[in-house]
Ligand binder design. Structure first.
Ligand code: URA
Length: 291
């Protein structure tokens, strides 16, 4: 392979595009050239039009959609889309039933491992369940595993995880003193944004996860996690830094949203806001247990 091709592959991988979604490569340039040619010959006088151009267009749109959204191929478990065998409502019902039955963290991990209702599982290498101390008073919930987390099967171990560790260390915490998980236990391919259906299908598991850990403080790390846990569409810059109550079974716990370390890596000037949130977390821990 030439140097240029290797450089392109390296760049794609850096961008998070490190996953082959199909065994056969698709040459999009050839496709668009063929489409241009077909359209030119259709508009040329005397040429016959294809029998059903509408069907051809729809088929191409469905192929593009499946390719972009990485839907499960027909006959395999998946959600949404024409080819999925388990519709979203059934997947959510099954997730609720499995999550409710799990009465320990081990049982919940096993239930997730056995669950086939979320198509993210099809492309993920590993289930990323949790890390840290399940007895900790504080539980952090991120969005979804990235590439490094998918490889290692642990949350927040890549670049943003390293920054998260430094942020925690700044207020005297480490992974023996916190418990960390994500809303989604499988990596979305190429780190794409999870679909609303994927989030809703996984919701019963993360809600049960929080119930089983029963922390005193809950921290939503990043906008996606905060929106999902607090069931709001408000943006993270307005949500962050304000304590609210989060219902865990019969209890209510103090919950806070903060900025995602991946965002802070892109926008280092915002670290001052994150520092403000960290100080609030430290103060809340100290107030409840002055030591
Ligand atoms: N980002 C997240 O939200 N979670 C991880 O585990 C890693 C990166």
């Amino acid at each position: 392979m030439g140097n240029q091709a290797l450089e392109i592959l390296h760049w794609l991988s850096e961008m998070g595009d490190d996953l082959a979604l199909s065994d056969t490569p698709i040459d999009r340039f050839a496709e668009s050239a063929a489409a241009r040619q077909a359209s030119a010959s259709r508009s040329a006088p005397g040429k016959e039009k294809p029998a059903r151009p509408d069907l051809e267009q729809r088929a191409a749109a469905v192929r593009r959609h499946l390719n972009q959204h990485n839907q499960a191929p027909a006959g395999r478990p998946g959600i949404g889309g024409a080819s999925a065998t388990l519709p979203d409502a059934e997947a959510i019902a099954s997730a609720r039933e499995l999550a409710a039955k799990a009465d320990t963290l081990e049982a919940l991990r096993d239930a997730l491992a056995a669950f086939n209702g979320c198509n993210l599982k099809l492309t993920a290498k590993n289930l990323v369940f949790a890390d840290g101390n399940p007895q900790a008073r504080i539980m952090l919930v991120g969005e979804a595993p990235g590439r490094d987390e998918d490889i290692q099967g642990l949350p927040f171990v890549g670049r943003s995880g390293q920054l998260l560790d430094r942020m925690l260390a700044a207020i005297g915490l480490d992974r023996t003193k916190v418990y960390i998980t994500n809303v989604l236990p499988w990596r979305p391919p190429g780190n794409r944004t999870p679909t609303p259906a994927e989030v809703e299908i996984c919701r019963p598991f993360i809600e049960r996860h929080i119930e089983l850990v029963a922390p005193d403080l809950l921290v939503a790390v990043g906008g996606s996690s905060a929106k999902m846990l607090f069931e709001t569409t408000t943006g993270i810059l307005s949500l962050r830094g304000h304590w609210r109550k989060y219902k865990v079974g019969e209890r209510e716990v103090d919950a806070l949203a903060t900025l995602h370390p991946a965002y802070l890596l892109r926008q280092p000037a915002q670290k001052r806001l994150a520092w403000h949130d960290l100080l609030q977390i430290r103060a809340k821990l100290d107030a409840a247990d002055p030591g």
